[in-house]
Design a protein around this ligand. Sequence first.
Ligand code: GLA
Length: 732
Amino acid sequence: MGICYDSDKQIFSLTTRDTLYQMQLGPVGHLLHLYYGPKTDCCFDYLQLDRDCGFSPNPYDHQEGRGWSLDTKAQEYSSQHAGDYRVCSLSLETDAGLSGTDLRYVNYKVFNHKYEISGMPSAFGKAQSLSITLADAATGVEVELLYGVFEKENVITRAVRVKNAGTSVVTIEKAASACLDLPFGGWQLLHFHGRHTMERAMERRSLMNGIQTVSSTRGASSHQHNPFVILCQPETTEDFGECYGMMLVYSGNHRTDIELDQSGSVRAVMGIHDDGFRWTLNPGEVFETPEVLMTFTDKGLTSLSQTYHKFIQHHICRSRFALERRPVLLNSWEAAYMDISEGKLLSIAKGAKDLGVELFVIDDGWFGQRDDDFRSLGDWFPNKKKFPGGLTPTLQKIRDLGLKVGLWVEPEMVNEDSGLYRAHPDWALTVPGRNPTMSRSQLVLDMSRADVVDWLYETLSTLLRENPIDYIKWDMNRNLADVYSRALPAARQGEVSHRFVLGYYDLMERLTREFPDVLFEGCAGGGGRFDAGVLAYSPQIWCSDNTDPIARLTIQHGTSFGYPIACMGSHVSASPNHQTGRSTPLHTRSTVAMAGTFGYELDPAALTEEEKETVRAQIARFHELQDLIREGDYYRLSDGSAWELVSEDKKEALLSFVLVDPTSNPKPNHIRLKGLVPEARYRVAWADFGGKASLPHEESRTFTGTALMRGGYTLPILFGDYPAVQILFKQI
Ligand code: GLA
């Protein structure tokens, strides 16, 4: 039983395969957090100690004891202005001027299905749900805490419904999705920060006293801070130790505050960012927060990552493609940028077909007057100069070559120099009386407006209906500023950022439902919106605009802590690389791109005959490996330069390694594998060094799983600039 309520002790226990989550009603109805950790049948109510802590006040009904304070108790959803001075989960004000909440228990319900959140993606599948309602008497606000228990997956989801059950109008200033109080232990924070073309680098640090924040106010989950954090013990490694994960299923402004308080307890509060957020709730109305995916393991960071990988693929990604073989694509961007025409595209497409590519994607530059990035976003009809006969015949000609066809769009944006902007200047987010902030010379469409979303739906669905399109690359190349909607009254301007995200989800929902056979790839200047909300609709996201394989090692390594590699758009591009100028071997580029969706981003005509042969072999190799890459268990073997995929039956293991710092008189590169069956025997089925080294052992040699995991495997000396190796081990 995943959810239990002990009515004597008033304890709720949520149990997954390996974890227990426990909470208890306090004597006057506060919902207290007891425990989240390894599964056990202990009852942790003894941990709720009363402690008279100076300047930590007492609720009126606890004034006798003095030791009972919301300021020192672990709680499920922290209140505000009622004696807890730590990070609050909910902040609101009524039109009568009342603020703060003192939340007390009302009732609970258990469901044998997973709850849903309206207008936003959330986890689906076999699960139980618990709803606990708390209420604040003064403001009349009810808070329904939702818990989804995915037993086998070791995941507990959280979300919150805030209902105005009173008679005053309520303005919500903050409504977090989850609060996790960890009463004991010195925790460290892992978070994933970066910038455009260098996303999601992992940083690990001990908590400072006070509050540390991981957040975005950019209107997108952002290149800068991913809505995903891990709290772990100082001694936690990839293979051992305790760690908690919290991941927000949301694509807009987000905020996670982690507070180390005066008592040494840690509180993590995650949800929509409160900067500029104000949501009006009339009597009877309900506001729903996005969902948080929580997990705990005492088996280290790899185990935590693998939990998220499987969960996202099976319970977040709705697209059928998430669990299917996906076509090897060639994208026109780095091959031709906007300098495209039917003739040029057909010639690249023919070259791609000749290499074994299966899907040809026409990137930016096909529409309106789009010869540069100053104009035409919003004019989603073909550029007549580039496609005199229209787009459909060109797409058909590409289809006739035996290729699937993809198209780039950036629907949420508009250029001032566009027919759309000239017709509807009020559809852009701008502040009346102020010149708008420009970014890449474009403005953001007001997706909080239903008429804008409807227009986009009509435009895009017509494009998809009238053209043979198998794939859409959905881009978002700037962040929000001047967040003001001309369609909303003054009191509702604080809703625009969140309504923008709801508009984006509504559009994705309608399009993916109507076109389930179109593969959508998310993108925002590369990985500027790489989150579980986008993954619900697009089973893959272009991981970064940086295609340099050496830089990608860091980006993909960081991304892998929370997200499956099968979701990471990753391509082989030209050398020298267009972003960094670095030259790398073709084999290294493909080794790194195979830790992702795998595709190409170059002009085949620029390849030598020998390189073309190599590319054909790479594509054949990807076909051999793609089930393993998509479904296998992923292991980080180093800080980015070595990784391994092991098939679910543990019969195959693919080891990949890139040498990033070749030295003279080099030390041997020795790698210990993971995840194998100790007593089984493995042999090297093949090893690919890009033609630059040979195997140290005969192919007939076999190793036990124990030998490869304990003793390890020594690679031959690798020489030259950034050599890479892929080795497939097979059980015999
Ligand atoms: C973004 C994307 C690129 C490319 C360009 C086109 O930067 O990440 O891959 O599509 O836009 O303008």
